[in-house]
Write a protein that binds this ligand. Structure first.
Ligand code: KIV
Length: 276
């Protein structure tokens, strides 16, 4: 699938129609090879702005740029034949006005070939989401813990306890009313996530929001054990690829130092043997 292919096999209305049926499976990817691995098993492949922390070593998602999202988005769209790619709008690319959001969302779609974008925020993003969806930009919303607001939230805390539940519910209802085709619920208590999932007609996709959402998303490097800087409680490790990679690299270094690598089978003889 390239940026010039107009119709993908899964589009936002298909995702919306999955409400209340088989749970939606979503993983992030930032490169073509990982998108190829994720593609056969997932409904959506999210090019999350987590790319900044996971791939570029940034301390938060705040330093992620449009150029980074376009580069990684193109790579993922090349690798995802079946699953629907969604590209995160980076911090600072949509908050100023609906017009700014449209300019940058349409650029992400045109330059990557992805059929949808994701942005963070609830009630205060209602008008922006409505502006985008009315103009051909399908929007996945993101409420609860919104990592781009880490400084105003005061950290990566659970959102929706201690009297905050009504606000999270209002945010979820607002993005639905604005036309979002689905909404990520991040680090929301599971009972509240269940109530939001029941109240909305669009699918909820949980990350740290319990089992009652319409789907689940994880950062692929977290669940594969490749990103080990920190490990949120909601991450289940399905593999320890970071440990395996470290062991493989140590074995290579030992082989080079001992002369065990390269062996004759990895080398080229001076004379080509004559075939009989
Ligand atoms: O950036 C990201 O990877 C995300 C998911 C964690 C939902 O927004």
């Amino acid at each position: 699938m390239s940026a010039t292919s107009p119709i993908r096999p899964v589009l936002p209305p298909d995702i919306r129609a999955r409400k209340g049926t088989v749970p939606l499976v979503v993983l992030t990817a930032y490169s073509t090879p990982v998108a190829r691995l994720v593609d056969p098993h997932c409904d959506i492949v999210l090019v999350g702005d987590s790319v900044g922390m996971v791939i570029h070593g940034l301390p938060s998602t705040l330093g992620v740029t449009m150029e980074m999202m376009i580069l990684h988005g193109r790579a993922v769209v090349r690798g995802a034949q079946k699953a629907m790619p969604v590209i995160d709008m980076p911090f600072g690319s949509y908050e100023e006005s609906p017009q700014q959001a449209f300019r940058n969302a349409s650029r992400l779609m045109a330059e990557t070939g992805a059929p949808a974008v994701k942005l963070e925020g609830g009630v205060h993003m209602h008008d922006t989401i409505a502006f985008l969806t009315a103009r051909g930009v399908p929007v996945m919303a993101h409420v609860g813990l919104t990592p781009q607001s880490v400084n105003t939230l005061g950290g990566y805390k659970v959102v929706g306890r201690d009297g905050e539940a009504d606000k999270v519910m209002a945010d979820a209802r607002a993005v639905e009313a604005a036309g979002a085709f689905s909404v990520v619920l991040e680090k929301v208590p599971e009972g509240l996530a269940a109530r939001i999932t029941q109240a909305l007609t669009i699918p909820t996709i949980g990350i740290g929001a319990g089992v009652h959402c319409d789907g689940q998303v994880l950062v692929v490097d977290d669940m594969l054990g490749l990103f080990t800087e920190f490990r949120p409680k909601f991450v289940k490790r399905y593999a320890e690829l970071g440990t395996m990679a470290g062991e493989a690299i140590a074995a290579y270094a030992a082989d080079v130092r001992s002369g065990a690598f390269p062996a004759p089978e990895h080398s080229f003889p001076d004379v080509v043997p004559v075939k009989k």
